[in-house]
Design a protein around this ligand. Structure first.
Ligand code: TXA
Ligand code: MG
Length: 312
């Protein structure tokens, strides 16, 4: 199907992807349309071999691509490089760069080995919904509009980390499954930092849009007492409390559900299905340690329940 220009949802170790051949313009357009994604937001290209990635990369960025690939691929690191002429404007949304990664999921790799070209694959959610971490989530968003390969629950459950290396600086454009410390330890020759407003030019276009948010309002609390107060203030509200396994056990009276990076989006989707109005997250030390998880929670709590720019 992929070789014929079809669109197929595939599992990866981060989240499910809506895959299509990078050489089939009509399939790429269908992906944008299915997702209702703004056409100025580029797609990630997935490969099964470093050579395949090098073909998509302009010569000036090939060394850095090799270096990052050697350490982190296959795995949840997406590398933004200057693109070669093999990458179409459709995939890169007109930018002169392309985002590439080699997924670690055995099914994704097998599919990539079997297709004639690399596969473009954004997360397999409709814009405005949390990324899918189970085949059922994809089914919930797209129904029987497309084929879904069920690879079980995603190992990481958060999207890949997106980086752009400029000189000796490694800019994190999107925090994700691979932590900044993992990057620092493995790449001592690079200065790793998160992109900020001043790096606007290099930022992921996707960060302009509302992200990772369920329909319910997300509120972050720092102590069990704060959670209790919030519940007491709004007794009529449909609320759910999420926290780490440790805090679930320690604070049995909160009736909280266990959450971690791998299950966050699943919990968001579950809350929406139950028409929960407020998701209260008790951020203890355990949850706070995970930067990417906190990043998604912060974004969800900033924008939860509001309309406006949509997630991608
Ligand atoms: O884990 C993942 O990365 C998943 C799985 C399926 O691989 N994919 C994913 O794709 O999250 P998507 O399209 O939902 O998010 C891609 C992000 C967007 O924020 C997009 O703006 C950014 O990567 N991006 C893509 N190409 C870029 C480029 N050339 N320069 C900067 N950012 C880019
Ligand atoms: Mg996405």
């Amino acid at each position: 199907m992929l070789n014929d220009g079809g669109v197929v949802a595939i599992p990866t170790e981060t989240v499910y992807g809506l895959a299509c051949s990078i050489d089939r313009p009509e399939a790429i357009r269908r992906v944008f349309k299915l997702k209702r994604r703004p056409s100025d937001n580029p797609l990630i290209v997935h490969v099964h071999a470093v050579d395949q990635a090098l073909e998509l990369t302009a010569s000036r960025d090939q060394n850095i691509l090799r270096r990052l690939a050697e350490v982190f691929w296959p795995g949840p690191l997406t590398v933004v490089v200057s693109r070669s002429s093999k990458v179409s404007d459709l995939v890169s949304a007109g930018l002169d760069t392309v985002a590439i990664r080699m997924p670690a999921h055995p099914v994704a790799l097998e599919i990539l080995r079997g297709t004639q070209s690399p596969l473009a694959a954004p997360s397999a959610n409709i814009s405005g919904r949390p990324s899918p971490t189970r085949a059922q989530h994809v089914l919930d968003d797209f129904g029987d509009e497309l084929m879904i390969i069920d690879g079980g629950a995603c190992e990481h459950g958060l999207e890949s980390t997106v980086v752009r290396v400029i000189g000796s600086e490694c800019l994190i454009l999107r925090q994700g499954a691979l932590s900044a410390d993992d990057l620092r330890h493995a790449l001592p020759e690079l200065f790793v930092r998160s992109a900020n407003e001043a790096d606007q030019r290099h930022r992921s276009p996707g960060t302009r849009y509302r992200h990772y948010a369920p329909k319910a309002r997300v509120v972050i609390c720092r102590s069990p007492e704060q959670v209790q107060d919030m519940l007491a203030e709004n007794p009529a509200e449909r609320a759910v409390v999420l926290t780490s396994a440790i805090s679930v056990e320690r604070n049995a009276d909160l009736n909280a559900r266990m959450v971690n990076a791998a299950t966050l989006y699943d919990e968001f989707r579950r809350a929406d299905a139950l028409q929960v109005e407020r998701i209260i997250v008790l951020c203890d030390d355990e949850l706070s340690r995970n930067e990417a998880l906190m990043n998604r929670l912060d974004k969800a709590s900033e924008s939860g329940g509001q309309s406006g720019d949509e997630a991608v």
